[in-house]
Write a protein that binds this ligand. Sequence first.
Ligand SMILES: CC(C)(COP(=O)(O)OP(=O)(O)OC[C@H]1O[C@@H](n2cnc3c(N)ncnc32)[C@H](O)[C@@H]1OP(=O)(O)O)[C@@H](O)C(=O)NCCC(=O)NCCS
Length: 425
Amino acid sequence: MTANEVLRAVGESPDLGNVAQSWEESQAVYPGGAEPLVDANWRIWREICSFGDEIDAPLARTAQAIRENEALSRLFWHLYWRVYLSPTPQGPSGWPELRGCLGDDGGVFYLLAALGVVPLLYANYARLGFPEAAARHTCQQVRCYCDDAYRHGHGGLPGVYEGPLGWLRNYTQKRYVRLGRLEYWLDPTPQNYTVFRHRQSGRVVALAAPGLRFDAAGYLHSDPAQYREGEGWTTTFAMDEVSASGYLLDPRGMGLNRHVTLAFADWECVLRKGDPVLQMHIPSGGSMTPDACRESLREARDFFRRYCPEEPVRAVTCASWIFSNLLEQILPESANLNCFLRELYLEPRPACGSDGLWFVFLQRGMIDPAKAPRDTSVQRAILRLLESGGRWRHGGMFYLLDDLDRYGEHVYRRDWSPDMPELRG
Ligand SMILES: CC(C)(COP(=O)(O)OP(=O)(O)OC[C@H]1O[C@@H](n2cnc3c(N)ncnc32)[C@H](O)[C@@H]1OP(=O)(O)O)[C@@H](O)C(=O)NCCC(=O)NCCS
């Protein structure tokens, strides 16, 4: 069967999303079923993910429906193969909700595929020498996808969205683990900014990557039309044996039109492109209290120093809607997210206006305030910003693990100024 024959057979239109991608490859190794469709398998895996037994009936019903329908079974195998087995990452996008053939269980088709992460994650952890308890804790992500996202968008029905499924591959291949409230994976940093610490005062500054076009306010746009002619500046960066020079990034999350030269006699380079860092991911679930964030960062530092000592990590980095410094304007000072932001060195990222807002509204593309849900204070605050003509942007952050013992002291932004004595030439 071709991809379009399968789509038609399950009551969907042909050429949907990226369903047809690598179809022949997956079908060439179609084994006539798939591990997650075996009742004895998903039953163990859903327990590990902390689902209650109320989920058993929809899982059993859906697994049986897939097993008994060749088109569905081939589509399921294609999904499973694409997410976990294909040589390159090929997450699903624009796949059908399958309401025609599975009714309210459409999302359970994807939940079964998500549960398939469990044995592959355990195998990855065994290879890495990571402890079993960490594997079990990390598997909670599947329940987050269901309970914190899909159920919200589907009147309480179980399932997962197809979009985030591609992410699960990371847990099966990378040094990726949930520790306390947050998740981390060890990788070289792809970011191109460079970070320096003053040898006497300990003050930290970051210099922007070269070739970035900032607008007058110090922000970056992915759409060139967002820049006004003649405004802003474009960054340069240079480093030799004795010094580095470039444009300052303000730890509050914007670029500054201020070119500085840092002599290595006074400044040590503590983070540059390619250094091993912990890239952070923020699973859903709220309650990102200052204690929860600090404890998770400490656990991460200790875990990776113990299990990956050959790659000493110096920093945690991340980009997300959560690191938009706009949150400091629109949420109360005491909001958990704002407490977190004040501890971090924020940095601007090229923004398109809807960056990361799927995680807040569960809607793709530009958010239309007339159609977006207003159920939570975070949703309402972002909608008020959009309604008053504001433009949304996301952001990035880093945190140097050497500063963890001073978490809570706003180490990067306290008394930070482009005119601080350490930067005076
Ligand atoms: C980021 C997140 C953990 C924030 O946690 P937090 O600020 O500690 O959350 P709290 O528990 O204090 O809740 C604050 C408010 O945010 C709301 N909220 C929590 N998660 C939310 C979400 N995913 N979408 C919209 N609102 C959310 C809460 O309902 C609460 O609203 P209320 O004041 O009306 O009761 C939370 O937004 C979340 O779970 N996000 C989904 C995951 C995510 O976005 N990851 C980043 C991917 S790049």
